[in-house]
Design a protein around this ligand. Sequence first.
Ligand SMILES: O=C[C@H](O)COP(=O)(O)O
Length: 257
Amino acid sequence: MGRKFFVGGNWKCNGTGEEVKKIVSTLNAGEVPSTDVVEVVVSPPFVFLPLVKNTLRPDFHVAAQNCWVKKGGAFTGEISAEMLVNLDIPWVILGHSERRLLLNESNEFVGDKVAYALSKGLKVIACVGETLEQRESGSTMEVVAAQTRAIADKVSNWANVVLAYEPVWAIGTGKVATPAQAQEVHSELRNWFQANTSPEVAATIRIIYGGSVSGANCKELAAKPDVDGFLVGGASLKVVIFFLFLPSYFPHGCWLG
Ligand SMILES: O=C[C@H](O)COP(=O)(O)O
């Protein structure tokens, strides 16, 4: 069975209650291809999770943007994996570069978080990606492999993980990776899984791309064989554009039969 295309919308720290209601209502009214071949997940800020969860169409799913590394307790300001499970939120984004860089989340900490979230039954969108400096010094693969290794050190079952390759230099900058650049890293990551986990994980894990994805570039990116979907930031707030990412699966030919 092929890898189901995955389209995630990361709303980051944006939106008022009214704006979120409008986005949800536009999403609910949109026509999408069968969710048998595309999985759609939107990730609102924590405070809007119940609102989105309770009003979003049932064929789309909801992700939190983070959760704590272990069981909840005296961790002011944090949200636990248990709370997300209690709210019936199925997905969580972990290891986003904004948290790695601004909040000093280390590879090891992200690995621990992924393992804990999975152990509680959450599905995880785990993010990896290099900075511009790292790319220019030729260490892209070394960086993303170390980030992935830190997860692999704690996780053996990858069935509920989607890996998001998000080059830091492409996030929110309008400088999207070329389809060839994305394919190169995705394919090397898949080789990494082949060498370090199992052929089954390598063949089945979805590796999605994030970083200035837009209606103008999504089709070419999606045409690459190892690009299994997107994690979209800014453009996911503009629902009309977000919908353009869904038919971008056409290049793989899957839902055309
Ligand atoms: O999680 C999403 C990524 O950070 C991409 O954000 P962007 O599409 O605004 O560049």
